[in-house]
Design a protein around this ligand. Structure first.
Ligand code: IPD
Ligand code: CA
Ligand code: CA
Ligand code: CA
Length: 256
């Protein structure tokens, strides 16, 4: 197995290649778009094309590795290595012509995330982190913000595709938390939300009902940027809170 720095350089290239496919097709009028679990849950030909680019590279370079990717699921390989891929995070934004969308690629070794790369093509921001190696955006070291009180914080959150009335659909929590904040944003791409926290342009983020590919790379990037991430896996997917330690505690107080 190649050294982690060597793998990282490859993964950055794959993320840029998939991102370039996304960028050149952005706002194309005849994009093929289908729905998945319900009419709000979309997949475009570019989600699929991006996934094919990334999984194709992995299959050629690391044929024994296991892969978990949003659009094609998990391959049947038994391996110490598992690639966790969201080929296009922010599909609703992408289909709508809104510019916040990204590629997210994480790598686990024996259950621990050792590498995360997120690329936002429209912004040309490439984020990465390796375990104990720090977090970067376009080559510059990044760090989480240092605000402590919610009334000085701008947080991000999100909502699941299933808009039913379950508490984990987040409506109650938004009602409780938003009045305490300086501002709230719904960026529409969980991986970018986490990178926003990692670089301190968002003070914190919480969301429920997420999948492993939404957060695999972003969690490592936040942690390596000095942040705290609490995540719980339940029946309805992954719930997550991210920020500096004090912001995470303040958010968690409201999620009891
Ligand atoms: C979605 C985005 C969104 C989040 C959803 C995710 P997708 O991922 O990350 O911000 O609120 O829960 O499913 O489907 O665009 O890859
Ligand atoms: Ca996603
Ligand atoms: Ca996706
Ligand atoms: Ca999706």
């Amino acid at each position: 197995m190649a050294e982690i720095e060597e793998i990282l350089e490859e993964v950055k290239k794959w993320a840029r290649e998939a991102g370039e496919l996304q960028r050149v097709n952005f706002r194309r009028r005849d994009l093929a778009i289908e729905s998945k679990s319900n009419v709000t849950d979309l997949v475009t030909e570019i989600d699929k094309g991006s996934e094919e680019i990334i999984t194709g590279h992995i299959r050629r370079k690391y044929p024994d590795h296991a892969i978990l990717a949003e659009e094609s699921g998990r391959n049947s390989k038994e391996s110490d290595y598992l690639w966790v891929i969201d080929p296009l995070d922010g599909t609703n934004n992408y289909a709508q012509g809104l510019p916040i969308y990204c590629v997210s690629i994480g790598l686990r070794y024996r259950g621990e995330t050792i590498l995360g790369v997120v690329y936002a093509p429209y912004l040309d921001e490439l984020f990465w982190a390796t375990k104990d190696g720090g977090a970067y955006c376009n080559g510059e070291r990044i760090e989480v913000g240092n605000e402590r009180e919610l009334n000085r914080c701008v947080l991000a959150t999100g909502f699941p595709y299933d808009k039913g009335t379950h508490p984990l659909n987040n409506l109650e929590y938004v009602e409780r938390i938003v009045p305490q904040l300086r501002g709230i944003r719904r960026m529409g791409a969980a991986a970018y939300d986490l990178c926003g926290v990692a670089m301190g342009i968002l003070d914190g983020y919480w969301e429920m009902n997420l999948s492993p590919w939404d957060v695999e790379a972003g969690i490592l990037i936040v942690k390596e940027a000095g942040g705290v991430v609490r995540s719980f896996r339940g029946d309805r997917g992954i719930s997550i809170v991210a920020g500096n330690k004090s912001v995470v505690e303040r958010i968690e107080e409201n999620l009891q």
